[in-house]
Design a protein around this ligand. Structure first.
Ligand SMILES: Nc1ncnc2c1ncn2[C@@H]1O[C@H](COP(=O)(O)OP(=O)(O)OP(=O)(O)O)[C@@H](O)[C@H]1O
Ligand SMILES: [Mg+2]
Length: 214
């Protein structure tokens, strides 16, 4: 579904992504593993068209160029830094992001209610997100990536700073989204997260898990 071929991206003298080629199949849950500065977030920005590569190509099969608005409609991104409006409530934040993606009326209300329920925040939907705990903000950040019901999801370290209970809730949510057939790319520093096995470290990298070295 998503193919990067020999992609290179530099910022001045810094080579952020150096000749990366990878292919993510439709319906795959794909872990992108690497230490600080390995180029994970840059790769996500390239994949969704927020950055242009210096060289190489990026294609999203059946959709086309991710820089096109109609293609972006099929993509959801949960950024590594929380991207919410702290003075707005959880529900208002999701309504805002839904409207940005062109939803309105009953369809918007249905998606917002579904997303709040999905991340377990229905009972806190009227509270300003500035008053949420860190884990609640993380969960709403994930919900904001889902409100327009995208088929391709890029989740950039969705469990950073989250307590074990909220982390498990986020893992459950991601597995449920994957079970529904969505394609998911997940960046992390942790091999056990990238490999989908919270308790045991595998001896080698399994399929669907890609390591960016530094
Ligand atoms: N906008 C930018 N301007 C200049 N340099 C940048 C920019 N974005 C990223 N870089 C550099 O590119 C390299 C890769 O950064 P990137 O954020 O992609 O890494 P990462 O793997 O996401 O790291 P982390 O695990 O810390 O989130 C780093 O050396 C970083 O300083
Ligand atoms: Mg990053």
């Amino acid at each position: 579904m998503l193919t990067l071929t020999n992609v290179r991206k530099t910022f001045g003298k810094t080579v952020a992504v150096d000749g990366l080629s990878l292919s993510v199949r439709k319906g795959e849950l794909f872990g992108l593993l690497g230490p600080n500065g390995a180029g994970k977030s840059t790769t996500v920005s390239l994949a969704v068209g927020l950055l242009a590569p210096d060289t190489g190509t990026i294609t999203i099969e059946r959709f086309g160029n991710p820089a096109e608005p109609a293609v972006r409609q099929q993509i959801g991104v949960a950024p590594p830094t929380i991207a919410l409006y702290e003075l707005l409530s959880g529900e208002e934040n999701l309504r805002f992001f839904g409207e940005v993606y062109g939803l309105s009326g009953a369809a918007l209300a249905r998606r917002v209610a579904w997303c709040l329920d999905f991340v377990g925040l229905t009972d806190r939907k009227n509270d300003a997100t500035g008053k949420y705990s860190g884990g609640m903000k993380r969960r709403l950040n994930l919900a904001a990536a889902l409100v327009h019901d995208p088929q391709l999801l890029l989740l950039d370290e969705p469990t950073v700073g989250v307590d074990p209970q909220s982390r498990n809730k986020i893992f459950e949510n991601i597995e449920a989204l994957h079970a529904e057939g969505r394609t998911i790319i997940y960046t992390t520093h942790y091999m056990e997260e990238a490999c989908g096995c919270a308790s045991a470290l595998p001896s080698s990298m399994p399929d669907g898990c890609w390591r960016l070295a530094r």
